[in-house]
Design a protein around this ligand. Structure first.
Ligand SMILES: NC(=O)c1ccc[n+]([C@@H]2O[C@H](COP(=O)([O-])OP(=O)(O)OC[C@H]3O[C@@H](n4cnc5c(N)ncnc54)[C@H](OP(=O)(O)O)[C@@H]3O)[C@@H](O)[C@H]2O)c1
Length: 214
């Protein structure tokens, strides 16, 4: 796949690195650090770096891994995102982890993922990678005690979800389909609880979710 990373920080750089190792073509964008973008692009001869517009034009699927506060700037040119699949891991969590800036219990009581759909007027938006930590993505392998972590995802478009499930598996997680994009409201809240729990328990970021079946 051709993947555009929009937000080449902890999450975006780690995911793009994993996917390029799996043979995907990755274009990294949106960092204030041009040297970092060059370094990431140099990881693989199929990789590249560019502006947000170039990364979106290059890709079939876009990993949106930016701070929530950057959404208006990054999505300002709505037309470039039409017909693209967007995966978002953006959380509305306040920087001090104390609560949400968007979502349940706030004035804008929808999820960040739904907000992106509304802003762009598109349906191919998938919520994923919110219930994990960048530090896990930066490990040489996701396997912990012989098991893959589980990763919850949701969205309204079946084809976009299929793409997301493939990329979740390529990142060495087991995808768990949580249904339509409405579920992003609770997934984003779960992501907040998960960080708060990990911090309070003194386990952040060395803990991952694993779903047991019987
Ligand atoms: N970290 C986690 O474990 C985790 C887990 C789940 C969800 N999330 C969510 O994922 C998103 C990304 O998190 P992160 O930890 O990867 O954050 P991060 O490391 O700060 O990455 C954000 C990226 O956006 C870039 N950026 C921000 N403002 C910019 C501007 N004005 N111009 C150009 N580039 C700009 C940053 O540039 P620089 O490279 O110059 O800093 C960075 O590359 C957030 O919404 C977060 O809540 C994070």
């Amino acid at each position: 796949m051709k993947i555009g990373i929009v937000g080449s920080g902890n999450m975006g750089a780690a995911l793009g690195t994993i996917w390029s190792k799996k043979g995907h073509q990755v274009m990294f964008s949106y960092s204030k650090d041009a040297e970092k973008l060059n370094r990431l692009a140099a990881l693989n001869s199929n990789n590249a770096q560019g502006t947000v517009e170039e990364a979106v034009a290059f890709s079939d699927v876009i990993m949106l891994s930016i701070p929530y506060s950057s959404l208006p700037e990054v999505l300002s040119n709505k037309t470039i995102f039409q017909n693209k699949t967007i995966i978002t891991c953006i959380s509305g969590l306040q920087p001090d982890f104390s609560g949400e800036t968007i979502g349940l219990g706030t004035k804008l009581s929808i999820s960040v993922a739904e907000h992106i759909c509304h802003l762009l007027q598109i349906t191919k938006v998938v919520e994923a990678f919110n219930t994990t930590f960048a530090e896990i993505l930066q490990l040489p392998s996701r396997e912990i005690e012989g098991k893959k972590p589980s990763l919850f995802f949701c969205g309204d478009d079946a084809a976009a979800k299929e793409i997301a499930a493939t990329l979740i598996e390529d990142a060495d997680y087991t995808p768990i389909n949580c249904g339509g994009l409405l579920a992003a409201r609770t997934l984003e809240t779960l992501a907040t609880s998960w960080v708060q729990f990990a911090v309070v328990a003194g386990l952040f970021p060395r803990i991952a979710i694993h779903s047991l079946k019987y």
